[in-house]
Design a protein around this ligand. Structure first.
Ligand SMILES: Cc1cc2nc3c(=O)[nH]c(=O)nc-3n(C[C@H](O)[C@H](O)[C@H](O)COP(=O)(O)OP(=O)(O)OC[C@H]3O[C@@H](n4cnc5c(N)ncnc54)[C@H](O)[C@@H]3O)c2cc1C
Length: 393
C-alpha cells in the first residue's frame, strides 16, 4: 500500500474561507445537532411551529438552513456557488422538495430541475445536475413497477408520465452535454429507478459519461449489481457512470423489513457496508476506462483509500472518470483538502423553500446526532480550528 496520505486534519485549509464569526456560528449549530435530545425536541417543535403557521421561517433560514442549504432559489445560491468555486469546489444544485405528489407539483419540480441543468451548462462552477425520481413521479407507481405488479389503466398513464419526465430531463441534459446524477432511494422502488437510469445511460452515455445512476453499498446485493450493470454497459456499448454512496434510508429499510417480515436488504454491520463501499471503489478503479464514478461520501477512510489507490495506479488527481462529492455544510475538511490537491470535488447544495427543506434538515440532524456520528467529527474540527486561530492571533 502506498504511503501517500492527504492531511484531512489541516483545518487551516479546510476553513480558510470561513471567518471566525462564521465558524462560531457553525459551532453553535453543530453543538445543538450534537445532542440527541435537542434534535428530537427541536425537530418536533419545528414541524409543529410550521404547521401552526408560527413565524419561525426567518429563524430557521438564518441558522440551520444557512448551514446546509444554498438558498430558496437558484439565484440565492449564487454567493455559495462563487465561494465554493473560489476554492475549486463545484456546486451541484439539488432542488430538495420532498413528499408532495400531484401532477402539478411533479411538473413544476421537473421545470425547476430543467433550470438547474441550464444553470449548470452556463457555469463551469456547476459541474453536475441532479434529481430524485420521486420528485417527478408518484412513489406508489414506482413501487408497483418495481414489484412487477399489474398496472391498472390509471397506473399505466401515471407511469408513462413519469417516464416522459425522466426522459425529457435526460434528453435535455444530453442536448447540452451536461452530466446529471439520478439519486438512489428506497430499495422497494429502486428497480424502477435503476431500469430508467440504465435506459437513459444506454441512450446517452455512448461518447462520455452523462447520466450517472446511484449505487447504495449498504445493500447486500449492490456490489453484484454494479458488476452486472458494467457487463450490460459493455454489451450495450456505453459508459457506465455511477455515484457510489453507502445509503441514506437504513432505519426505514430495517423497520419495513421487520414489519413485513422479510430479510432486510441492508448489511448487518457497518463494517460490511464499509467493505462493500471500498470494494465497489476498487472495482471501478480496475475498470476505469469504461466506468466513471463519483465517491459520494464523508467517510475519511474511504476517501483516503481512494486517493492512495489512485496514486498507486498513477491516475491523475483530476482524472476525467473520478469525482469526489460531499454535502454542503459537511466534511469541509475532505472537500477543501481534496480540492487543494487538484482532485475533482463538488458539493450537493440543496435549495428550495425553507418549509420544504425541513425534512432534509431534520434528516441531517438525526443522521448525525449520535455521539459517534458525523456531527461530533464536525464539531471537533471546528473546535480545533478556532483554537488554532486563537493561538496564532
Ligand atoms: C454527494 C452525496 C450524494 C448522496 N446521494 C445519495 C443518494 O442518491 N441516495 C442515498 O441513499 N444516499 C445518498 N447520500 C447519502 C449517503 O448514502 C450516506 O447516507 C451518507 O453520505 C453517510 O455515509 P458516508 O459514506 O458519508 O459515511 P459514514 O458516516 O462512514 O457511514 C454512515 C453510513 O453507513 C451505513 N451504516 C451505518 N451504520 C450501519 C450498520 N450498523 N450496518 C450497515 N450499514 C450501516 C449507512 O449507510 C450510513 O448512512 C449521498 C451522500 C453524498 C455525500
Amino acid at each position: 500500500m502506498s504511503d501517500f496520505k492527504l492531511n484531512f486534519q489541516d483545518t487551516k485549509t479546510a476553513f480558510a474561507d470561513k471567518s471566525t464569526d462564521e465558524l462560531n456560528e457553525k459551532q453553535r449549530v453543530f453543538r445543538l445537532f450534537n445532542s440527541d435530545l435537542l434534535v428530537d425536541i427541536g425537530s418536533k417543535a419545528t414541524e409543529l411551529a410550521l404547521r401552526w403557521g408560527l413565524p419561525v421561517k426567518g429563524l430557521i433560514k438564518d441558522t440551520f438552513f444557512k448551514q446546509f442549504c444554498g438558498g430558496e432559489t437558484i439565484e440565492e445560491c449564487q454567493p455559495t456557488i462563487e465561494k465554493l468555486g473560489a476554492s475549486n469546489i463545484g456546486t451541484i444544485l439539488d432542488y430538495s422538495i420532498e413528499g408532495q405528489s400531484t401532477d402539478a407539483v411533479f411538473d413544476s419540480t421537473k421545470n425547476e430541475i430543467h433550470r438547474t441543468i441550464t444553470r449548470a451548462k452556463e457555469d463551469e462552477l456547476v459541474p453536475f445536475a441532479v434529481f430524485k425520481v420521486t420528485g417527478i413521479a408518484p412513489f406508489e407507481i414506482l413501487e408497483r413497477v418495481s414489484n412487477n405488479a399489474e398496472l391498472l389503466k390509471r397506473d399505466t398513464d401515471e407511469w408513462d408520465k413519469a417516464k416522459a419526465r425522466v426522459t425529457e430531463l435526460c434528453e435535455y441534459a444530453h442536448s447540452l452535454e451536461q452530466p446529471i446524477f439520478i439519486d438512489a432511494e428506497e430499495s422497494w422502488i429502486q428497480d424502477a429507478i435503476d431500469n430508467l437510469a440504465e435506459e437513459m445511460m444506454a441512450a446517452y452515455n455512448k461518447r462520455f459519461p452523462l447520466i450517472f445512476n446511484t449505487v447504495q453499498l449498504y445493500r447486500r446485493d449492490r456490489l453484484e449489481y454494479l458488476k452486472k450493470a458494467h457487463e450490460k454497459a459493455k454489451q450495450g456499448n456505453y459508459i457506465l457512470a455511477v455515484k457510489l454512496v453507502r445509503g441514506a434510508y437504513m432505519e426505514k429499510e430495517r423497520d419495513r423489513a421487520d414489519e413485513l417480515k422479510y430479510l432486510s436488504p441492508i448489511h448487518q454491520t457497518k463494517e460490511d457496508t464499509d467493505a462493500d463501499f471500498d470494494a465497489a471503489v476498487d472495482y471501478c478503479l480496475e475498470n476505469i476506462d469504461d466506468i466513471a464514478f463519483v465517491a459520494g461520501t464523508h467517510n475519511e477512510k474511504s476517501v483516503q483509500l481512494l486517493a492512495q489507490k489512485m496514486e498507486e495506479r498513477k491516475l491523475d488527481h483530476n482524472h476525467p472518470h473520478i469525482f469526489f462529492s460531499q454535502l454542503y455544510g459537511m466534511s469541509d475538511n475532505l472537500s477543501y483538502i481534496l480540492a487543494d490537491n487538484q482532485y475533482n470535488v463538488s458539493k450537493y447544495v440543496p435549495y428550495g423553500p425553507v418549509k420544504d427543506a425541513i425534512p432534509y434538515l431534520i434528516r441531517r440532524a438525526k443522521e448525525n446526532s449520535s455521539v459517534m456520528g458525523q456531527m461530533s467529527r464536525e464539531l471537533d474540527l471546528i473546535n480545533k480550528e478556532l483554537k488554532r486561530r486563537k493561538v496564532d492571533s
